[in-house]
Design a binder for this molecule. Sequence first.
Ligand SMILES: O=C(CO)[C@H](O)[C@H](O)COP(=O)(O)O
Length: 258
Amino acid sequence: MAIKWSEKAVSVEALSFSPPIVILTQDDLKKIAAYKAVEFVESGMVLGLGTGSTAKYALDRIGELLRQGKLTNIVGIPTSKKTQEQALSLGIPLSDLDRHPTIDLAIDGADEVDPHLNLVKGRGGSLLREKMVEGACKKFVCIVDESKLVKHLGGNGLALPVEVVPFCWKFTANKLQNLFQRSGCVAKLRNDCEGNPFVTDNGNYIVDLYLKKELGDSQIASDAILRVAGVVEHGMFLDMATTVIVAGERGITIKNKG
Ligand SMILES: O=C(CO)[C@H](O)[C@H](O)COP(=O)(O)O
């Protein structure tokens, strides 16, 4: 069920689909949101290229438009090694933040979106590069299916990812767990499918924070996490998205930061 957007700080545009002939899957919705976002891309832009199953559709579409000559002179800054590989396979020219410190537009998915367009990202493990790239762009369009909408960040039974240095990660994880004791926080090291610690593109680990209750003030929580020695970055993206495109069963909602 879609959450009704009601905040004053945002403008909302709703685009209804014609009555669906087939039931749309979550993947269909991701693709619809991604394709809509690519409509914001113009020739000559420097683009932040997101990571994850939703962002993958946006890259596919950019590659298609490049091949058709409908987009030209694009430069992409990937947010992960995986995205870099996909972009190269699609023939998208790549650069980095050193050469292009200002990005025109970034397109990326999210794990949670609150009514103020604050996000949780990083369940795919790319939060650090995503935050660096999306923090450097003039416009950040976040693309989600409606299942990602939440009233408050954290406390939805899903992980709040924190990237930490491997050195004494248990010490760091304990500090993080204690920080949110009141929210019933359990800190867990993320493992890969073979049961080994998941290693990020930057050679770090991820500690996932599971909270039984809401996080409270996200900015206070963000500052507190970043003060813990051993923490590299966390997955709360506060006040960063300029637009969120939500695809739901009843249509697309485009929500712009006021
Ligand atoms: O933050 C991310 C990766 O670090 C992804 O954008 C986020 O996990 C959403 O992924 P998906 O589009 O596959 O649902």
